[in-house]
Design a protein around this ligand. Structure first.
Ligand SMILES: NC(=O)c1ccc[n+]([C@@H]2O[C@H](COP(=O)([O-])OP(=O)(O)OC[C@H]3O[C@@H](n4cnc5c(N)ncnc54)[C@H](OP(=O)(O)O)[C@@H]3O)[C@@H](O)[C@H]2O)c1
Length: 226
């Protein structure tokens, strides 16, 4: 059956006690250089990279591909050197001064709602393609738009947990890459893969382990979500 949306993979680093950040939602910088390289390898295999505005702001992301060899491989395959960047915000309260908007190496596509303040729309108009939905972003429609209008066949969701959870609940995640870092954070307020521990998902998700590698004490997992 022909897909009407991109294949969606997600990528997270988690601690041994299942936290993706500290309770202060500090930048996700606890994994190794090997994990950071793997993040770039996964990004390089995709047409586009998606993240929520909180992660983009907290981690000061540019969503680029700072690896000459990976860009060269993409270009040899006839792909653009950098993946397209996809930003998600319900409120539309986006700071146009964020680092991601200071680099123009690849298109930026923003999915938000008509709640986006006029000053933000004006500031982003020349730098991004805006898709504004009514009330809430329809995630399935967002993916169809990415496939049909922006030729995105493969998308990596780099979080954060609220974005991941929303996609998971809507059955829109196909694959999950997890790096288990040998750290323990503890606490009830440090977010897990699906946000602050508390609310159950509407139903549990079954994963099929497809790959497992252990490198220097870190465990790299790849699951398929059927
Ligand atoms: N360990 C890791 O691998 C990893 C990976 C990614 C992030 N993180 C960490 O995760 C933390 C942030 O996570 P988070 O869950 O708070 O934030 P997030 O998922 O990055 O972003 C949440 C924001 O994204 C927008 N959003 C989320 N779901 C949406 C939906 N269904 N429709 C429209 N917009 C939606 C909203 O933006 P508006 O508020 O503008 O409406 C929301 O406030 C940071 O500390 C970051 O470092 C860790």
């Amino acid at each position: 059956m022909k897909r009407d949306r991109p294949f969606v993979t997600a990528n997270f680093a988690i601690t041994a006690d299942g936290r993706i950040s500290t309770r202060n939602a500090t930048p996700a910088d606890f994994s190794s250089p090997r994990d950071k390289r793997r993040l770039l390898e996964i990004r390089a295999a995709c047409d586009a990279v998606l993240a929520g505005m909180k992660t983009i702001a907290t981690d000061q992301m540019t969503m680029g591909l700072p690896a000459d060899d990976l860009r060269a491989i993409r270009e040899a395959k006839g792909m653009p050197a950098y993946p397209t960047r996809v930003l998600l915000s319900a409120s539309g309260r986006i700071d146009p001064a964020l680092r991601v908007f200071t680099r123009d190496f690849s298109p930026i596509i923003v999915f938000s709602t008509t709640r986006m303040p006029r000053r933000v729309r004006e500031a982003l108009a020349g730098k991004t393609t805006l898709h504004l939905h009514e009330r809430a972003v329809d995630l399935a429609a967002m993916l169809r738009t990415l496939r049909r209008e922006h030729a995105v066949k493969r998308l990596v969701c780099e979080g954060g947990p609220r974005v991941f959870r929303a996609l998971l609940v809507a059955d829109l995640i196909d694959e999950l890459h997890l790096t288990i870092s040998p750290r323990i954070f503890g606490g009830t307020k440090a977010p897990t893969l699906t946000g602050i521990a508390g609310d159950f998902l509407p139903r549990s998700t079954t994963l099929t382990l497809r790959e497992m590698r252990v490198i220097d004490g870190e465990c790299f997992l790849r699951y398929r979500i059927e």
